[in-house]
Write a protein that binds this ligand. Sequence first.
Ligand SMILES: *Cc1c(COP(=O)(O)O)cnc(C)c1O
Length: 394
Amino acid sequence: MRERPHGGSVSPLIYIIGGGLYLDITESSSLATNSKIEKMLRKDLLQMPGYEPIIPPERFGAEVIKLDGNENSYGCSHRVQQALRNYFDYHIYPDPDQREVKQALEEYVGVNSNHIVVGNGSDELIDLVLRLTLEPGDGVINCVPTFGMYSFSTVVCGGRIIDVPRKQDFSLDIEEIAKFVDNRTKVIFIASPNNPTGNLTPREDILRLLEIGVIVVVDEAYYEFSGETVINLVPDNDNLIVLRTFSKWAGLAGLRAGYAVAPVSIARHIHKIKPPYNVNVAAQIAMLESLKDLEHLRQIVKAIIAERERLLELLTELPFLEPYPSQANFILCKVKSGSAREIYQQLREKGIWLRYFNTPLLKDYIRISVGKPEYTDILVDALTQLGNFHVKTL
Ligand SMILES: *Cc1c(COP(=O)(O)O)cnc(C)c1O
């Protein structure tokens, strides 16, 4: 028997079962084919393919070495787990202004809390910035190859994505970017370090981009692994927004906890348009407890950085791979012989998960998240075996 959640204003088609969301297949599929209803939906979104998310491993039940999502394989702080177990007011709505979290972040990031907006992951802040800025058809500059959410949210918000390829070494082509900016361009997105390439954008380049005059969003999702930030430029630049997340360094990917540091004039408006309860109680507790356990979390970050360098050296020794140096918690490799997809599949059969790319800009590349040392050993063993097999079959 399916049970309705009590007292909620949940759509009649959706039931909650064991904490998961269940969509009534028969009813929803009849809706999906009702073209009369589809005419009510946005035409541009009907054509949209949608974001291809990574698959959570529970669905396969097997023990998995998960190196595909840049998650923190050490997990979150024990303080987070304990605080969530000992909290008994989950029936009370969260603080819509996230005051305590912002207060704690003020010290961590070194700017006044009126610059800070907290979000349901930094993904939500990407969406909120675009909702705030884009009118239909407005342009967003996307420096490819890069993180997929910038183009995803631009399309959902009715904007127009302008892909400007990075240079051969994945650095930014500032002149080219400037050429594509016109009076309908609103935002330039820069991930630094960039995902999936791992390289930082130098501060001088950010300063040059700021001079163009449109809003520059610098996504520092991997800041803790690079140690470089432009947050201190925010108070003096009315067009700079920096995004951060607790997903990677603090191991909170599953709880959704991110923040933006923006000029007060922009932060105020993001606050105004955000869903009031966008950050749930658990995520707020988790952020607060993580910020109280910095020494421990910084040690984990240090271990991951050391492991990144060890993995880089080991990958360099494999003749069929060309790894790129990284300032983040993952390493991008060009597959020099063989196919990235095949490597992905063969490792997956052994329970090792990574990402592969086979796009015009990243033809035959794999991206490996840096995990615990024992994962590196298992991964490199598997890759070495694969390499031996390849040599024999050549
Ligand atoms: C992982 C990632 C994010 C997502 O962060 P969340 O806070 O989990 O939404 C944002 N930007 C980049 C570049 C990322 O790689």
